[in-house]
Design a binder for this molecule. Structure first.
Ligand SMILES: [Zn+2]
Length: 290
């Protein structure tokens, strides 16, 4: 269940960790009336909104970067007790071509140099750490985990942290393990890969830009939850922290993507549609899967 594209010397592959239960459109987009969905029935599944929890692997000969880490192994009571499957899904993407897929001595997770978090919601940080006897250990032990400062500062406030136990479990121990790197503003992670703040969904939400060999891709995190938002950028998810900023940054990045011909990667879109371009057809801006 993987789709990929090439951006200069990087290959970007979409990998699905988990498919959560579908939700009514009104639960996800409470400000959008049912009638407004009439023109967007094609992006719904049985009239419901089906999100996918996808992550992206960005690889070159020198670097393996994971953008977000999904919901985690679970089972997740908040998501119908469904389990995450990222580890198994990563194996075929990460293993060198000459290694047998059943060779369990080779750990694909050891190849990851960087984990970049677009933001700190539970469906984006879930595979960071595993626990044995109450002690945390990194699932990607050779990686630096890159975390936006404004999200870190927000989610670690005592009263917010209390409501977000996943931050306690999957983010806070990284500091003691000396694996975390807090970043601010535009930050160059490595050759051709950088982060850029695009706040609104959360206080520190950032996108990842890949620029290599004259080609470019943006990995937009939760600026886009649903394909309909490409046409309707004012539609904000109920969980958006600052809806005005979310809308403004969505509009800004969609403009940029279309006018400068960027490849766009959106992890919550359905398999086969997570990598695409933003184009105008018949006077409307639409998503064109690659
Ligand atoms: Zn999300």
């Amino acid at each position: 269940m993987a789709e990929k594209t090439t951006v200069g010397s990087y290959e970007i592959t979409a990998v699905i960790d988990m498919v959560p239960p579908p939700r009514p459109t009104s639960a996800m987009f409470p400000d959008v009336p049912d009638t407004a969905w009439t023109d967007h029935q094609d992006v719904l599944e049985d009239g419901q909104l089906q999100l996918y929890y996808g992550v992206f692997v960005v690889r070159s000969d020198n670097h393996t970067i994971l953008v977000d880490t999904g919901m985690g192994p679970g089972p997740h009571p908040s998501r119908g007790n469904i389990v995450g499957n990222l580890y198994e899904e990563l194996r075929p993407v990460m293993l060198p071509p000459n290694v047998d897929i059943h060779n369990t001595n080779v750990s694909p997770s050891d190849q990851v140099n960087y984990v970049i978090h677009t933001h700190l919601h539970p469906d984006h940080v879930g595979w960071n750490l595993r626990y044995s006897g109450g002690m945390p250990a990194p699932n990607f032990r050779r990686a630096r985990y890159i975390i936006p400062k404004d999200d870190y500062d927000y989610f670690t406030q005592p009263e917010i942290l209390e409501q977000n136990p996943h931050v306690q479990q999957q983010i806070m121990p990284l500091r003691r393990l000396r694996l975390q790197q807090i970043v601010e503003g535009e930050y160059e992670v490595t050759d051709g890969v950088s982060t850029m703040p695009a706040v609104g969904h959360t206080p520190g939400h950032q996108v990842v830009l890949v620029n290599s060999g004259g080609e470019k891709a943006m990995l937009v995190g939760d600026l886009l939850h649903c394909i309909a938002q490409v046409t309707e950028p004012s539609w904000c998810a109920s969980v958006d922290y600052d809806k005005a900023a979310s809308h403004a940054n969505r509009e800004m990045l969609l403009d940029k993507a279309e006018s400068e011909d960027w490849i766009v990667c959106a992890g919550h879109f359905p398999p086969g549609k997570q990598i695409g371009k933003v184009v105008t057809e018949g006077g409307k801006r639409v998503w064109q899967s690659l």
